[in-house]
Design a binder for this molecule. Structure first.
Ligand SMILES: *Cc1c(COP(=O)(O)O)cnc(C)c1O
Length: 387
């Protein structure tokens, strides 16, 4: 029998059928009024989700493309940049900046810990040449969420730009882009926004535009100035051919997020994360991150002694149809990760926990039948699911 597939990885995430079908609409002229309305609505929707009145630019790219776009538009070669690195995605941003010619300093945290605002403050005080601070809001490789308002408060120099990778949090976790003074925020379509992969977004503040204007963008495709020029035409458009079908899907996804209500979406993610953590603890498993900074979109779990990660994820996939992610980089073979982001509900968590209990039992890990599901049920009933 073929299983229903439970795609419980931190991106790409399950795409609702309505969102997928919206992408099947007939092609339209990307310079015409219908496309102008489409881009206007999706741009407005992303702005509202991000709580920003900053310009939001849309590029056909992976999230990494948006990171690279930020780097080439903001960095003059030799520019001194501080990157908070809490895992693989922070390290990726540092690498992109380095390749782009920036002079990169890093503050690193131990796996499972966030980069503290104190560490950022100290690094800034020691080095007055730093012009830009870059952090990962939600470090997907370790399941850790960074304290953005705290980090913003640690940046006490007016001239320093605050750049945030929110690829695995925007749309699932409340982000006050304007309220928290985020100058550049990058995100993508395939995680909380419930769309197929292929769209990248960058929100650019007026202060960041000043930097962009002073910097000669070393990219044609990713030029922010050019993208803004086309977005601001009477009929909004993009400089190069946009991913029209993905924008049809995005429009539907944004409508669904507003139908549920962004605050309800954020609360749902928080509750699903909590139920997941309770389930893991009921199985006797150890979490990589403390509850205080544990992510609402991905939970990183230490592999129990003697359990091979490949065998566990293989058993979950082949016997139960549940797809989880392994560890990245130095955490490969040490942890597994459960994504609970986007179009995910309580039933997906219950199935995942049940499958994990059975797969772990088959690999010799002892835990009472139903223990993880019971723990999750308790969380759901205590918090009054459905919200
Ligand atoms: C997924 C992700 C990215 C971008 O990934 P792409 O594969 O390039 O789309 C960047 N940062 C974080 C934190 C992510 O989770």
């Amino acid at each position: 029998m073929r299983h229903h597939q439970y795609l419980m990885i931190p991106g790409p995430t399950p795409v609702p059928q309505t969102v997928a079908l919206a992408g099947a609409a007939p092609m339209i002229n990307h310079r015409g009024p219908e496309f102008g309305e489409l881009l206007k609505e999706t741009t407005r929707g992303v702005q509202q989700i991000l709580k920003t009145s900053n310009t939001v630019l849309t590029f056909p790219a992976a999230g990494t493309g948006a990171m690279e776009a930020a780097a080439v538009n903001l960095m003059t070669p030799g520019e001194r940049v501080l990157v908070g690195v809490a895992g693989e995605f922070g390290a990726r941003f540092a690498e992109i900046l380095r390749v782009g010619g920036a002079d990169v300093a890093t503050v690193k945290s131990e796996p499972g810990y966030p980069v503290s605002s104190e560490a950022i403050r100290d690094a800034l005080r020691k080095d007055p040449s730093i012009t830009t601070v870059v952090v990962t809001h939600n470090e997907t490789s370790t399941g850790v969420t960074m304290d953005l308002p705290g980090i913003r408060a640690a940046i006490d120099r007016e001239d320093v730009l605050f750049v945030v990778d929110a690829v695995s949090s925007a749309g699932a976790v409340d982000i006050e882009t304007d309220g928290w003074g985020i100058d550049v925020l990058v995100t993508a379509s395939q995680k909380a926004l419930m769309c197929p992969p292929g769209l990248a977004f960058v929100a650019v503040s007026p202060k960041a535009w000043d930097r962009v204007e002073k910097t000669r963008a070393r990219s044609v495709y990713f030029s922010f100035a050019n993208a803004r020029k086309f977005l601001e035409k009477p009929t909004p458009q993009t400089p190069y051919t946009p991913a029209v079908s993905l924008l049809f899907s995005l429009r539907e996804a944004v409508r669904q997020i507003f139908a549920e209500g962004p605050d309800a979406v954020f609360a749902r993610h928080a509750l699903l994360a909590r139920a997941t953590r309770a389930g893991m603890r009921a199985l006797g498993l150890e979490l990589l991150a403390a509850d205080e900074w544990a992510s609402n979109t991905v939970t990183a779990v230490k592999l129990p002694a003697g359990v091979d990660g490949h065998r566990l994820l293989g058993a979950l996939r082949d016997r139960y149809g549940v797809i989880l992610a392994g560890g990245m980089g130095e955490l490969a073979g040490k942890i597994f990760r459960i994504g609970h982001v986007g179009a995910v509900s309580w039933s997906d968590i219950v199935v995942t926990l049940s499958a994990l209990q059975m797969a772990l039992s088959s690999l010799g890990v002892k835990a009472a039948h139903g223990a993880a599901v019971a723990a999750a049920e308790r969380v759901f009933s205590e918090h009054g699911w459905p919200l």
